[in-house]
Design a protein around this ligand. Structure first.
Ligand code: FES
Length: 82
């Protein structure tokens, strides 16, 4: 299956996967969204924030390094709904 360029946007952050690349986003229990696959994460002005094959994106809102998880979910006792 051929995939188109995939773009994900949240707040002022854009995450883009390469054409044909397979990207998986899996929520971890009581923790971040785990992204696997080649992904480029850019800020609103297009500057590169991170590029890699494995990323952890914050979903608790407690990180001091958005959009990436910095482990703050443990300190604030974040609990995922599922
Ligand atoms: S999910 Fe880890 S800091 Fe928010």
């Amino acid at each position: 299956m051929t995939k188109k360029l995939q773009t994900y946007e949240a707040d002022s952050i854009t995450a883009t996967s390469a054409p044909g690349a397979s990207v998986t986003i899996r929520p971890s229990k009581d923790g971040p969204l785990l992204v696997s696959g080649t992904v480029r994460v850019e800020s609103e002005d297009g500057s590169l924030l991170q590029e890699g094959d494995k990323l952890a994106l914050c979903r608790c809102g407690g990180t001091s390094n958005p959009p990436f998880c910095d482990g703050a979910h443990r300190k604030i006792g974040y609990r995922s709904k599922r």
